[in-house]
Design a protein around this ligand. Structure first.
Ligand SMILES: [Zn+2]
Length: 466
């Protein structure tokens, strides 16, 4: 064990006490009642970064909750990494379901129970402690380290993109390393290399200018519910795949390693349908087909349909309009704007004559995130994880959307790797959130090795795209 790792091991118990102090701060970002907890958590992070040795630490106003930005660029000629994490947490409700109070950290079975312990206070403390360990043993980190720790992740990071854009000279880096994110399963090391993007739109179809009596006008007047139903039905084929022309034309094929991970996953489709409480389809899809659809294919889902009367009893009405809410998960290569346009074009083309249609997009959407399979930093993170966890990690994708992957790429031109030591089963959006202290200790050693390996092996990129 080298000097840095020895220092981290000797100080791990003190580090756990500090993590408990961090977890006592009630930094819920979505609820204004916790405003003082938010500023206390930002202060805590800034103070801890300063004490670790970061020469520049600043609490940055964003228009929402502040972000803490730090820089330690004392390794000329070495690459620069930007570490991302967040200090805000999910609301603790329902309080009565917690075995110990959410903001009174409690250790049981070598697990630290507290709101935010796993997402993301434990994982984000690790790189700060590692930078400090390098300073205490070797005088400074082996590469240039910048950090951005935001306070709005649990509220959808509404100001992160503009903050990064505003600070892009200051945050410029060869690589972004996310201390947020999670391994898929405790017994199976994994790295997330892709996540799907998201767009949302509303479609409204109108017929007559007002609701009509179904006896007086039935059979002659347009019925927007009928028209909309036919239009929506045309968006998928019989197998449930999206049938909009041009929808997935620009999609790029996934990293083949993800398909290997799917095969190695031991995922049971029947268990999956039982777990969601749905009747078993016949034939049952294979694990490969089901996870491919969940992780690697774009989707178009109806989130709600409204029109006419849906209260108790009956009402003999022909509604004047009907509408549907649609969201799509996108894969790499699909441009949010182009996909919205393809859907709108299709809907307009299938709108029956005698009806008006309106399509409204919700915001610009987010593109999918996909790491280049040949990215050198990915191989380095896999080597380090293999050395610590004893098995080569699987490359996995996420069906959900992680906006940060695309946001950093867009504004800094730098790729992002996930290097988080939380695990998806640690109840981080539920009561009794916990963080495995074994993961915390392993994470300290892993980040120390990551710093060293990236210092030697990360190619310095040309000035990031502006
Ligand atoms: Zn998080």
């Amino acid at each position: 064990m080298d000097d840095v790792e020895a220092y981290l091991s000797e100080n791990a118990d003190a580090a756990i006490e500090e993590l408990k102090a961090f977890c006592r701060i009630e930094s819920v970002s979505t609820d204004p009642a916790y405003r003082s907890g938010i500023s206390a958590a930002a202060d805590f992070v800034a103070e801890r970064l300063t004490r670790a040795g970061f020469p520049t630490v600043e609490i940055i106003e964003t228009g929402g909750h502040p972000a803490v930005v730090a820089e330690w660029c004392a390794a000329p000629g070495a690459p620069t990494i930007l570490v991302y994490g967040h200090y805000d947490v999910q609301p603790p409700d329902p309080l009565e379901k917690w075995a110990s109070p959410p903001f009174s950290p409690d250790i049981r079975d070598d697990r630290l129970y507290a709101r935010g312990a796993s997402d993301d206070k434990g994982p984000v403390m690790i790189p700060i402690l590692v930078a400090e360990a390098f300073a205490q043993t070797r005088g400074k980190p082996p590469l240039n380290v910048k950090m951005i720790v935001e306070g709005e992740e649990e509220s959808g990071s509404p100001h992160l993109g503009e903050t990064i854009a505003r600070l892009k000279e200051r945050l410029a880096a060869d690589l972004v390393v996310s201390a947020d994110g999670a391994m898929w399963r405790a017994d199976l090391p994994s790295v997330t290399v892709a996540s799907r993007g998201l767009i949302a739109l509303d479609v409204t179809v109108s017929g007559a200018s007002k609701d009509l009596h179904s006896g007086r006008h039935g059979g002659s007047a347009p019925n927007p519910v009928r028209a909309l139903s036919r239009m929506l039905a045309s968006l998928h084929d019989e197998a449930g795949r999206v049938a909009v022309p041009g929808f997935a034309d620009d999609a790029t094929p996934p990293d083949p390693a993800i398909l290997d991970a799917i095969r190695a996953s031991g995922f049971d489709p029947a268990d999956y349908f039982r777990a969601i409480g749905a009747p078993l389809p016949d034939p049952l899809p294979s694990a490969e087909e089901l996870l491919t659809r969940q992780w690697l294919e774009p989707t178009l889902e109806f989130n709600g349909i409204s029109g006419g009367y849906s209260g108790p009893g009956t009402k003999t009405v022909i509604p004047s309009s009907a509408s549907a809410k649609i969201t799509c998960r996108l894969v790499a290569g699909q441009e949010p704007e182009a996909v919205c346009a393809a859907i709108e074009t299709h809907l307009r083309r299938v709108t029956p004559t005698g009806y008006a249609i309106e399509v409204r997009e919700h915001g610009p959407g987010s593109a999918a995130f996909a790491l280049d399979p040949d990215e050198p930093a990915l191989a380095i993170t896999e080597d380090v994880l293999e050395g610590i966890l004893g098995a080569r990690p699987l490359r996995v994708a996420m069906g959900a959307t992680i906006p940060i992957g695309a946001v950093f790429k867009e504004h800094l031109g730098a790729p992002l790797v996930f290097f988080s030591f939380s695990t998806a089963d640690e109840d981080y959006h539920a009561p009794n959130e916990f963080f495995r202290l074994d993961s915390f200790r392993k994470g300290l050693i892993a980040w120390a090795r990551l710093f060293d390996r990236l210092a030697d092996g990360l190619p310095e990129r040309a000035t990031p795209e502006r």
